[in-house]
Design a protein around this ligand. Structure first.
Ligand code: SF4
Ligand code: SF4
Length: 382
């Protein structure tokens, strides 16, 4: 298993993480089985969005004696009321839900306290005005939350939250189809037939800016819905009209800036093992570029998709990384110090480009790579 730093949190997390969708199976008996499987593959990142008390109790029991092996991303504002899931911003309910969460999980802290499901700016304002964010900060000061997160499907809302600098981790829905869609408050519209009834070109700029902002600010992204709820794996259900493989979906999400881990919603030990198998497959199997380039009615053109298809470069430039760092400077309108340092750490730099053009012949997305290398060399000075 490969591990990545989750933004600036200092947490080292497995690229393949685990969502809790399957934990409720077999009267929650599946929670222990999935944690056993996760541990055996080195999967250490677990998202717990559900407030189901039986599930939380089962996870607490399954964590006994190995709590330190897992990084828990558990949700505030996701509470259990009258036998049902409820998303709430009422501070009394949020507090009671958080205390119950710790009790049921039988732990004195969670690594990531994820403020649950915020898809509108109005709701984000409510999180601020109702005291939810202040409560999360208070619990952080008390050591019960190590890092504060927010989950969202809306890049505009997520960016507003990241701009506050209080959010350290973002749980965000990322897949190649969502990435084409404009920001909105209704997650259902991201998958609606009408959203794909006209030709779509390139990643939505708000999404691109969000990923770049997170990378620049050191906000780690954990990913949900990488397979579009499974629909992307089936040509009949995929809004793109063509199926992707699980490896292509994982590779796509893992290639976005700031992404550290993908929370896979496995329902069985075999499903989780299949996700973990991503670590052992070839680069060809992970390659998503040609599959995306073959989508009917959807085109990616002129913007780097960080797919690495353009390599090898005779000057050994990592073109995707150089392009990413250059894009970060464009997003900020200046060269942030962290980006300057990351660029300096590359073994080869844009200034070494000999303008041979081989990369452009290989790029499936018509990126003007030579022009980008020239601009990057000007911006960074080498
Ligand atoms: S320049 Fe083209 S081939 Fe290279 S990483 Fe970007 S999109 Fe992929
Ligand atoms: S044009 Fe520049 S970046 Fe592209 S392959 Fe040639 S040397 Fe490398």
């Amino acid at each position: 298993m490969k591990y990545r730093l989750l933004g600036n949190t200092g947490l080292s997390v497995s690229e393949i993480g685990l969502g809790c969708e399957g934990f409720m199976e077999e009267n929650c008996g599946m929670a222990k089985k999935l944690l056993d499987t996760a541990e055996s593959y080195g999967i250490n990142y677990i998202d717990l969005y559900s407030p189901n008390p039986d599930m939380r109790r089962a996870v607490g029991a399954a964590l006994k004696g190995r709590r330190d092996k897992f990084v828990l991303e558990s949700h505030l504002c996701s509470v259990w009321k009258d036998g049902q899931y409820l998303r709430t911003r009422k501070i009394d309910e949020v507090k009671a839900g958080f205390e119950e969460m710790l009790r049921l999980l039988d732990t004195d802290h969670i690594e990531v306290g994820m403020i649950h499901y915020c898809d509108s700016l109005k709701d984000w304002q409510e999180i601020l005005s109702s005291g939810v964010l202040d409560y999360a900060k208070e619990r952080k000061a008390a050591g019960q939350i190590l890092h504060i997160g927010l989950s969202s499907h809306n890049p505009v809302v997520a960016r507003a939250a990241v701009e506050t600098r209080d959010i350290e981790v973002l749980l965000f829905s990322i897949n190649p189809c969502y990435d084409l869609q404009p920001a909105g408050e209704d997650v259902e519209k991201l998958w609606a037939d009408e959203a794909y009834a006209h030709p779509l070109v390139n990643m939505d700029p708000d999404r691109r800016k969000l990923y770049e902002l997170c990378e620049e600010r050191g906000v780690g992204i954990s990913v949900m819905k990488a397979f579009g709820g499974g629909d992307l794996l089936d040509a009949k259900l995929s809004p793109a009209g063509k199926a992707l493989t699980p490896a292509q979906c994982l590779s796509y999400a893992l290639s976005r800036p700031a992404v550290a881990t993908i929370c896979c919603g496995a329902h069985s030990e075999q499903e989780l093992a299949d996700c973990a198998a991503y670590e052992d497959i070839s680069e060809e199997e992970k390659d998503f570029a040609e599959a995306l380039a073959a989508f009917p009615s959807i085109r990616w053109k002129g913007h780097c998709m960080y797919c690495n298809h353009c390599l090898p470069c005779p000057s050994r430039i990592n073109i995707a990384d150089v392009t990413k760092f250059y894009n970060l400077t464009e997003a900020e309108g200046r060269v942030p110090e962290t980006v300057r340092e990351h660029y300096a750490a590359l073994e080869h730099h844009a200034g070494e480009c000999i303008r041979c053009g081989r990369c452009e012949r290989r790029c499936p997305f018509d990126v003007k790579i030579r022009e980008n290398m020239k601009k990057a060399a000007e911006v960074f000075g080498y």
